[in-house]
Design a protein around this ligand. Structure first.
Ligand SMILES: Cc1ncc(C[n+]2csc(CCOP(=O)(O)OP(=O)(O)O)c2C)c(N)n1
Ligand code: SF4
Ligand SMILES: [Mg+2]
Length: 301
């Protein structure tokens, strides 16, 4: 395991993205992608289903990325990554990193069966899910991870009725080698977790909370601020799961020392996608967060 603490000074200056891409300005994904590539390095192969990432990367010969990428169907992402790993084994290129990188719709809904099967088979690749909490590329439709009450183009009046799937928890229940949650607002935490994941054999899964100004109804300049609000209010927790044990990590672990966290209403009210939430619903979300953190505090004594 790599224990080096990464900071902006020792982060590699080498870039693996060309300047300019087709993401919206302020997109949390484009920041993450750039940092993620720095952690992975050039000896990597990506497998990507339809998503904002496909659009952002663009098409050869004017692609924004410098890393080889296989664009595949939603349902086959983890199966295709398994195939790439098998092909590399035959070609004796076992050190090449295989990375499936997909959105929340592509992971929690359409691609979940091949991901579940790949973990059960004990494949050896890294799966990264960036969670902007809707099908953004096709115009903001609700996905399995869209939070209850969110206005999307197919939940336009009262917001989504159902609760969201807890995808990292579902993946952790499969007992892969490594599970981590990250936020686009804390890119160095993401960098360090990638470095750790690629040092391990087997299936690794990283889930990233990824603010999306266009879909969340926030100003472009507020992406990082809003991402930090979700973590600091205790709504979106950063943690790692190894050998079945969950440990709070990065900025979330520091929240354990705080008696009271900032109220989640601040995070919710800054985003127009939550405009249908009543005060009663906001109070219920706050109560769930308080109960969860009470549990964390009891666990650490
Ligand atoms: C089987 C299938 N259904 C629907 C589509 C249309 N489609 C392309 S991208 C996309 C949205 C993907 O959402 P997500 O995985 O969350 O990624 P995001 O766009 O949010 O980055 C959809 C529905 C498709 N390409 N294939
Ligand atoms: S729609 Fe959202 S996730 Fe997609 S490129 Fe724009 S800001 Fe990024
Ligand atoms: Mg999405």
């Amino acid at each position: 395991m790599n224990k080096q603490v990464t900071n902006p000074v020792n982060l590699t200056a080498e870039e693996f993205m060309h300047p300019g891409n087709r993401a919206c300005s302020g997109c949390g994904l484009s920041t993450l992608y750039r940092i993620g590539l720095k952690a992975l390095g050039r000896d990597s192969i990506f497998v990507v289903p339809p998503s904002c990432l496909t659009v952002m990367q663009g098409l050869y010969p004017i692609a924004a990325t410098q890393i080889p990428c296989l664009n595949v169907t939603f349902a086959s992402t983890a199966a295709a990554a398994s195939g790439v790993r098998a092909a590399l084994k035959v070609r004796k290129k076992e050190n090449t990193k295989v990375v499936a990188w997909a959105g929340d719709g592509g992971t929690s809904d359409i691609g979940i069966q091949s991901l579940s099967a790949a973990i059960e088979r004990g494949e050896d690749f890294l799966y990264i899910c960036y969670d902007n909490e809707a099908y953004m590329n096709t115009g903001v439709q609700r996905s399995g991870t869209t939070p209850q009450g969110t206005i999307t183009t197919n939940t336009p009046i009262k917001g989504k009725i159902q609760k969201n799937k807890d995808l990292p928890k579902i993946i952790a229940a499969h007992n892969p080698t490594y599970v981590a949650t990250c936020s686009a607002a804390y890119p160095l935490d993401f960098y360090n977790k990638i470095i750790k994941a690629i040092s391990l054999k087997g299936m690794k899964y990283i889930h990233i909370h990824t603010p999306c100004p266009s879909g969340w109804g926030i100003a472009e300049r507020l992406s990082i601020t809003v991402g930090k609000m979700a973590v600091n209010a205790g709504l979106y927790d950063l943690y790692e799961v190894e050998n079945g044990k969950k440990t709070l990590s990065g900025p979330s672990s520091k929240l354990l020392q705080k008696k009271e966290l900032p109220r989640v209403a601040e995070y919710l009210k800054i985003q127009s996608r939550f405009r249908a939430l009543s005060e009663q619903q906001i109070a219920e979300i706050q109560a769930e967060i308080d109960t969860k953190w009470e549990g964390y505090r009891q666990e650490v004594g």
